[in-house]
Design a protein around this ligand. Structure first.
Ligand SMILES: Nc1ncnc2c1ncn2[C@@H]1O[C@H](COP(=O)(O)OP(=O)(O)O)[C@@H](O)[C@H]1O
Ligand SMILES: [Mg+2]
Length: 325
């Protein structure tokens, strides 16, 4: 019997459209011999709409495993994962804790720092409660100002002078109560795909060449003028270092299934900094997560099968845990 996979897509976040594109490529890559796909579309308002495209005659109702393809808030942040735990359904990707941690840039950075992993120096602020001069004296320029819980570069500014700080903070405050100010790392930007539960493995890293001041929303989704280099032009030692850091980051934030870990390489020091893990990376036709696996010898369809197997494995393992005496 085929495995019934519900693909959850759309959703309430600002990345609704990206999710549609990711879901289409995942569905297209799913092995029809092994899987029966059920689409569950979530509207921008948060309504769940099952979309039976062509229910096969005699199709089996029910769901065996869920593939959440929801980027950002209400999907990548542990909320949907919590619902699926309650429903006792296996699902692809990080669990509640890993998802929630990875969505919060402050908590992620603290956990990484606690393990001695390299992250850019940062200050955490609360909306309306900060002193501009104090911030300007505590970190060198350029700085990056970010809402703590968002994605796709929304609300993020690069700040080069003290005068630019106030408007950048005001802008970030529109998106979150909690704001991060980070030391800007001048250098190159990379991504590394990680896959697995207990013994995760890292793929071949790629380099991102933003076409703008930094890899902002326009660059990611609108202009299409940023470039990627795969495999990244790094020495074998650098590649190995990045892969090890990616796996260490994955474990520090308790990722499962998959994550894409993003890096900055500082030109002046030659040092890698972990920028952030993404627990539901893009899966569009131009997304790097599946491409990095292809470069590492794992074809797209096999990657999807592997992710579903990991979801089932985790669920089975949880079944072996007692929840009362
Ligand atoms: N500390 C930093 N130094 C240099 N560039 C940064 C820094 N933080 C973010 N950036 C740039 O901003 C982009 C978006 O920041 P990121 O923290 O990844 O937010 P998001 O979660 O929205 O993707 C990064 O891809 C990178 O180009
Ligand atoms: Mg990012």
């Amino acid at each position: 019997m085929k495995l019934r996979v519900a693909v959850l897509y759309g959703g309430r976040s600002g990345e609704h459209e990206i999710s549609l594109r990711s879901a289409e490529s995942i569905i297209a890559a799913m092995d029809p011999q092994r899987f029966e796909v059920q689409r569950i579309f979530i509207t921008k308002e948060g309504r769940w709409e099952p979309r039976a495209i062509s229910p096969e005659p005699g199709a089996n109702p029910g769901i065996d495993v869920v593939f959440p393809v929801l980027h950002g808030t209400f999907g990548e942040d542990g909320t949907v994962q919590g619902l699926l735990e309650l429903a006792d359904l296996p699902y692809v990707g990080a669990g509640v804790l890993g998802s929630a941690v990875a969505m919060d840039k402050e908590v992620t950075k603290r956990l990484l720092r606690e393990r001695g992993l390299p992250v850019a120096e940062f200050i955490v602020l609360t909306r309306g409660a900060y002193n501009l001069e104090d911030i300007c004296s505590r970190l060198p320029f350029p700085m990056f100002v970010k809402p703590a819980n968002l994605g796709s570069s929304v609300g993020i500014s690069k700040v080069k002078t003290c005068e630019e700080l106030a408007p950048a903070l005001k802008f970030a405050e529109e998106f979150d109560r909690k704001i991060l100010v980070e030391r800007g790392i001048t250098g190159r930007e990379f991504e590394c795909a990680v896959l697995g539960n207990r013994d995760p493995i890292a793929a071949i890293p790629c380099e991102i060449l933003p076409s703008r001041e930094f890899y902002d929303y326009e660059d990611k989704y609108i202009l299409g003028t940023s470039k990627t280099v795969l495999p990244a032009d790094l020495t074998p030692e650098q590649t190995r270092e990045m892969q090890n850091l990616a796996i260490a980051c994955y474990q520090a934030v308790q990722c499962e299934g998959m994550a894409r870990v993003d890096f900055l390489l500082e030109t002046a020091s030659g040092k890698f900094y972990i920028n952030e893990p993404n627990t539901i990376p893009g899966f569009t036709s131009i997304s790097m997560y599946p491409k990095m696996w292809e470069a590492a010898g794992l074809p797209y369809a096999e990657l999807i099968s592997r992710l579903i197997d990991l979801a089932l494995e985790r669920h089975a393992e949880r079944k072996a845990t007692r929840f009362h005496r």
